[in-house]
Design a protein around this ligand. Structure first.
Ligand code: ADP
Ligand code: MG
Length: 585
């Protein structure tokens, strides 16, 4: 439709807001196509949804940066950051493109496909009271919106000004785009190299791990931060095919314990590894902190609901008589919640666990000799993690990185001990082993079968290999038809009348990703049929996302909203916290 949007909007000036509905449709402005997909019903409703699109033939982006799937993710990430800068230049605050964090992630805000380039925006259409401000609306939709699309998507018009100082947004530049895509390629190549080299984590020399503040994900000023340097014993140097060489600390598969005095930077390293499942933008300080993409942070989370988890590897003979091979509660304790988080992470495919003493239940982690003497094994339901961390490795192939500054209990089970001294890591494995009278060879031969200590009938061997959990067909489909999942900030998803609490899910990055999780839950609702296991369903969601992208999961054919792709671990984490979850038995 080539109708005149501008004159329609001018004519609507002063009319009642509801009549804006008629502007839905598709309009052409030179090389830019504007789609008005959804028009808000009133000025206070959620914003209207618009898209702008430019064909490849007009956009003229270099094909080698915008063809491969991974390259498209990085290029779209670049365009999103550049798009925010363009909007700032236009000084047009009614148009919302969505603000990315420090990660390079797959998102819906910018779409690159074979045919062209598309930006998805939200727009608050202006009103005075309940009257349309038609002239202003015309400026936004027929002047600034096409202008935005031309500045962002017509590559010929990009300046060749040097890329900015590596902030969160930047004016579009050809070199900036090429660098961004190349950084992402290098990060992915390093990640696949780590897997082959038997490493589960990598922290590059020169990295800046601490953040600006407890509520900011931006880097600490480099004049204040102690730059990361690998201990020589753990240093790896990787030559990437781009010609770039990256050196840093490699954390091998196995059990790694991080020790050191309080405030010496232990949690900061662990948190960087936690976020190392996502690639970071240039200037973040964590560009070369790259880890096992399945790594999952495990913490205590008392009060959470648990549905049908097999936590018997850790907890048995509860005084309540509950069956811990199918454990459900509406109010988990510190230790049972941590056990549940752990077995759920493994069910969701985690090959590496990240655990910080600061957020762990002590009785879940360790039990000392005197306590073992005082409380007979059959009166203590918990087999502490220190007794399970090696079977997890040898039987399940699951590695652990653990921060423990307060106890030497893990020395006996650690393949590597790293000590932080004023933020500088040192390799102290031999000293730690000597202190507890073992050698590395003892770890190879240590028995890993049932635990004589607990005296219970819970041999380690079977307990991790829990029976698959199968959600019922109506697990995510209660009676109310209004059953839609919607993120409320990054901490909660509203699901029908219920809320799912996401606050303890450390690797969920922002509201957009929570929205991605919400869409995934709706998609899971369609898969659950009383026969498909949770693991199978998660794999199906992932296949779907790989094949059709985030747009596909929403079922929308036009504007999908602003979503970021979540990992399967975070989808599972949200599902497992849903208080209405029901399972087949
Ligand atoms: P720990 O867990 O060992 O007690 P944290 O990791 O919580 O210590 O760090 C303590 C403080 O030191 C935090 O405020 C953190 O931002 C800061 N910090 C951590 N690493 C560095 C570093 N490399 N350079 C400067 N400050 C740092
Ligand atoms: Mg700490």
């Amino acid at each position: 439709r080539q109708s005149n949007l501008a004159s329609t909007l001018h004519n609507l000036d002063g009319r009642s807001y509801g009549s804006l509905k008629q502007i839905r449709g598709r309009y052409t402005f030179g090389p830019v196509t504007v789609f008005i997909d959804r028009v808000q019903a009133d000025p206070f409703a959620s914003p209207s949804k618009v898209r702008v699109r430019v064909d490849r033939a007009d956009a003229k982006f270099p094909l080698d940066l915008t063809t491969d799937r991974a390259d498209r993710i990085a290029a779209a990430d670049y365009l999103l950051r550049a798009g925010n800068e363009v909007l700032a230049k236009l000084d047009q605050r009614a148009l919302i493109l969505g603000r990315p964090g420090q990660e390079i992630l797959e998102r819906t805000n910018i779409l690159i496909d074979d045919a062209g380039f598309e930006a998805r925006l939200l727009v608050n259409l202006p009103a005075r009271g309940r009257r349309i401000l038609g002239h202003q609306a015309a400026d936004i939709l027929t002047r600034d919106l096409p202008d935005f699309a031309e500045r962002l998507f017509l590559f010929d018009r990009w300046s060749d000004a040097p890329a900015g100082s590596g902030g969160n947004t930047h004016a579009p530049s050809a070199k900036g785009l090429a660098d961004h895509v190349q950084l992402h390629r290098d990060q992915l190549e390093l990640r696949s190299h780590l897997g082959e080299a038997g490493l589960i984590g990598f922290v590059g020399n020169g990295a800046i791990l601490p953040r600006k503040s407890g509520d900011s994900d931006l880097p600490m000023k480099s004049s204040d931060a102690v730059v990361f340097t690998s201990p020589p014993e753990l240093e790896h140097t990787v030559e990437l095919s781009s010609g770039r060489t990256v050196a840093g600390m490699g954390i091998p598969r196995g059990v790694t314990v991080i020790v050191g005095g309080g405030y010496h930077g232990k949690s900061t390293i662990l948190r960087a590894l936690e976020r190392g499942v996502y690639p970071h933008i240039a200037g973040d300080g964590r560009e070369w902190v790259i880890g096992d993409p399945t790594a999952t942070s495990i913490r205590a989370e008392d009060g959470r609901a648990v549905t049908g988890d097999d936590i018997s590897a850790f907890i048995n003979n509860l005084p309540s008589g509950s069956d811990t091979r199918f454990f459900s509660t509406t109010n988990a304790s510190g230790s049972t919640s941590q056990a549940a988080n752990l077995v759920e992470a493994i069910e969701a495919g985690a090959n590496t666990l990240l655990i910080d003493e600061d957020t762990s239940a002590t009785n879940f982690m360790i039990r000392d000799e005197r306590m073992r003497a005082l409380i007979p094994a059959e009166r203590e339901p918990i087999t502490p993690f220190v007794d399970r961390v090696r079977p997890l490795l040898t039987e399940q192939g699951v590695s652990t990185v653990l921060v423990a500054g307060g106890s030497s209990a893990f020395f006996e089970v650690a393949d590597h001990v790293i000590a932080l001294d004023a933020y500088v890591p040192k390799e102290v494995t031999d000293q730690a082993h000597e202190l507890v009278g073992i050698t590395a060879a003892d770890l190879e031969t240590a028995p890993t079968g049932s635990d004589p200590d607990t005296g219970s009938d819970s041999p380690a061997a079977h307990a991790f290999a829990a029976a698959p959990r199968v959600p019922t067909a109506k697990a995510l489909r209660p009676a109310a038809k209004t059953k839609t999942a919607r993120a409320k900030g990054s901490d909660r998803i509203q699901f029908g009348r219920d809320f799912i609490d996401l606050i303890a899910i450390a690797q969920l990055v922002d509201t957009q990703q929570a929205s991605g999780v919400a869409e995934a839950l709706e998609y899971l609702a369609e898969i659950f049929d009383g026969r498909t296991s949770l693991t199978e369903a998660l794999a199906e969601v992932e296949d779907m996302l790989d094949a059709e992208g985030l747009d596909g999961i929403t079922g929308h054919r036009d504007h999908p909203g602003h979503l970021t792709r979540p990992r399967r671990q975070e989808i599972a984490a949200a599902l497992n916290r849903y208080r209405g979850l029901s399972l087949e038995r």
